[in-house]
Design a protein around this ligand. Structure first.
Ligand code: MRU
Length: 358
């Protein structure tokens, strides 16, 4: 068995968020159609890009950030050349993209990085024109996307030894599809498997939108990593029978005290782990850590449409007008988290604030 290299230039896996070959469109693997069919879409305009984020054509916190970074560059190809008018068009596009999904902080990090790249170009080159501003956005987007791949590979290297042999539970999709490549929690699983740890991945299906069964199971089967699919209500029974040795999930936003928002159902997994004495890890790049929020209570939680819960696989599975709750994320308190795996190393939740300053 060979450990996976942390050098992004050697990475051969899936890159779900790209620039098109002509560099003029955002190219996405449509995650709403997996695993039935692999369809790539190319988007050039604001509404289709915003819609792709809202409808989960692209999803997963780091991948959303990458889509916004490339998206702002692609949109800038139609911005006016005058720097003031260019800035106004950028600001309007940034507001629309920022209003797509509220929970994953990576989206806002990517937008602010692009805003900063524009401000820097304008400050350093007072006579900069539209071409110069577009170039600044393209370079910053490329840096963001390539950094994310590197962070994922480094998380894999830091986190692989956290996972014991045996049953590993994961929730939602945190793989290559959710990132620039390799994945966060699923990246750690990939790296542990490659380095020889004999693990069997238990995949929560992740209702209502089935990111576990549609996407995580697809990635694991593609890589030949042993796995079994579970309905979301089965993990406790398997833990009680000693079949699960650790759980690992991703995060959409981690606050200064180490609380972590992730796909709805993650908190339930963490409580089950606590009851059964099973380690519970969160893997996320530093771009997912929001030091401006003191605790998870301040994280905005996206509420999605009732139809996602009333229907299963497109078919109505409830009275058509039954009231529904559909929070897309929950918050796992720091006290339930064994360790947070980042590209900088593995930390106890309470160590994040000091690490951010150091
Ligand atoms: O609604 P989604 O599919 O975007 O939710 C994704 C998750 O909750 C992931 O676990 C999280 O973004 C971490 S992905 C590396």
């Amino acid at each position: 068995m060979n450990a996976i290299s942390t050098d992004p230039s050697t990475y051969q896996g899936l890159r779900p968020v790209q620039l098109s070959a002509d560099g003029r469109a955002l190219r996405l693997l449509d995650q709403t159609r997996l695993p039935i069919e692999e369809v790539w879409v190319e988007l050039r305009e604001l509404e289709p890009i915003a819609h792709a984020i809202e409808t989960l054509t692209v999803r997963g916190a780091p991948a959303i950030g990458c889509a916004a970074a490339y998206g702002l560059y692609v949109l800038s190809l139609a911005f006016p050349d005058d720097p003031e008018a260019f800035q106004a068009a950028f600001d309007a596009a940034a507001v629309r993209l920022a209003n797509t999904r509220p929970t994953a902080v990576n989206l806002f990090v990517a937008i602010e990085q692009q805003r900063g790249a524009l401000a820097k170009a304008r400050a350093q080159q007072p006579a900069v024109d539209g071409a110069g501003l577009r170039q600044a956005l393209r370079e910053e987007a490329t840096r963001h996307v390539e950094d994310d791949l590197r962070f994922c590979l480094e998380m894999g290297a830091h986190g692989a030894s956290c996972l014991p042999a045996g049953g590993i539970l994961t929730h939602c999709n945190t793989g290559a599809l959710a990132t620039s490549g390799h994945g966060t929690a699923l990246g750690v699983i990939r790296s542990a498997h490659a380095s020889g740890t004999e693990l069997h991945v238990f995949v929560d299906e992740t209702r209502p939108l089935l990111q576990g069964s549609r996407l995580t199971a697809w990635e694991l089967m593609h890589d030949g990593i042993p796995c079994s699919l579970l309905c979301d209500n089965m993990a406790g029974a398997l833990m009680a029978r000693g079949e699960i040795q650790a759980a690992i999930v991703g995060a959409d936003r981690i606050t200064a005290n180490g609380d972590a928002a992730n796909k709805i159902g993650t908190y339930t997994v963490a409580v089950l782990c606590k009851h059964h004495g099973i380690p519970f890890y969160v893997a996320a790049p530093w771009t997912t850590i929001d030091m401006s929020l003191a605790s998870g209570a301040a994280i905005p939680i996206e509420e999605r449409k009732p139809e996602e819960v009333r229907r299963h696989g497109g078919n109505l599975r409830a009275p058509a007008d039954v009231p529904v709750r559909n929070p897309a994320f929950d918050v796992t308190p720091a006290e339930l988290i064994t360790g947070i795996i980042t590209e900088r190393g593995v930390f106890a939740p309470g160590e994040l604030a000091a690490q951010a300053q150091g």
